[in-house]
Ligand binder design. Structure first.
Ligand SMILES: Cc1cc2nc3c(=O)[nH]c(=O)nc-3n(C[C@H](O)[C@H](O)[C@H](O)COP(=O)(O)O)c2cc1C
Length: 208
């Protein structure tokens, strides 16, 4: 089957979520200009680069407002925190995706405990195995081109501080991703956990 997403009648854009999966979830905490905390999950999220250390997340245009609270907040304050969603935090993470009015604190709504950040003002999720404190470096607007499309806002942040709970650091000082049990997003309402993990000898060689 081949589909031209620009012209196919009744094409459902949500199919992209099933095709590009599993996706990590960036659980983004931010502060409004007035200092109210906000927390929301984004699976259009990833690490872009390790040097400089940069992450991104993308927001769709909501139907009821010009932009989602997270985007409005990071525009206003230039800061956010990425909180790792471990399996035990799945329900709380999902609860924070509710479309609550601007200024309502999803930490309180989902009973998620806050902890102070070090380099940025937004609080972080105390129970997350890891948190990345970020400073916004670029916000890119992707404009719609075809009927039925809406704009998307991509936020890039430089990691300026990272927290890892000691229990997830192994004997060699590496972060044990498997032990942290990160939740991943598939298509529809599906989530996935990590399956089998293997190590493969690197084929990458630096030129002499
Ligand atoms: C697992 C999960 C992943 C999500 N990923 C995205 C995403 O990548 N982009 C997006 O715009 N919304 C995404 N959403 C929906 C937002 O979390 C939701 O619109 C939320 O209310 C936004 O909050 P805010 O207005 O406080 O920023 C996701 C929801 C869930 C449950």
């Amino acid at each position: 089957m081949f589909i031209d997403p620009q012209t196919a009648p009744g094409f459902k854009r949500s199919i992209f979520n099933a095709l590009v999966a599993p996706r990590p979830i960036g659980w983004i905490s931010s502060l409004s200009a007035g200092g109210k905390a906000n927390l929301a999950p984004f699976s259009q999220f990833n690490l872009v680069s390790t040097s400089p250390p940069v992450v991104m997340f993308a927001c769709n245009t909501p139907e009821d407002r010009a932009e989602k609270d997270t985007v409005a907040n990071v525009r206003a304050t230039g800061e956010f925190v990425v909180n790792l969603v471990s399996w035990d935090l799945l329900q709380a993470m999902n609860a924070t995706s509710a479309p609550l009015p601007h200024g309502v604190d999803e930490f309180e709504h989902a009973r998620v405990v806050k902890e102070m950040s070090v380099m940025v003002k937004p609080p972080r999720v105390a129970a997350s195995p890891a948190n990345l404190e970020c400073r916004v470096i670029k916000i890119v607007q992707i404009e719609p081109e075809f009927p039925g499309e809406t704009a998307s806002t991509v936020v890039f942040g430089r990691v300026v501080g990272l927290h890892m709970k000691d229990e997830f650091i192994d004997a060699e000082g590496r972060f044990d991703t498997f032990k942290a049990r990160p939740v991943t997003r598939l298509g529809g309402l599906q989530y996935g956990a990590l399956g089998e993990v293997i190590e493969v000898a690197s084929a990458f060689r630096k030129r002499q």
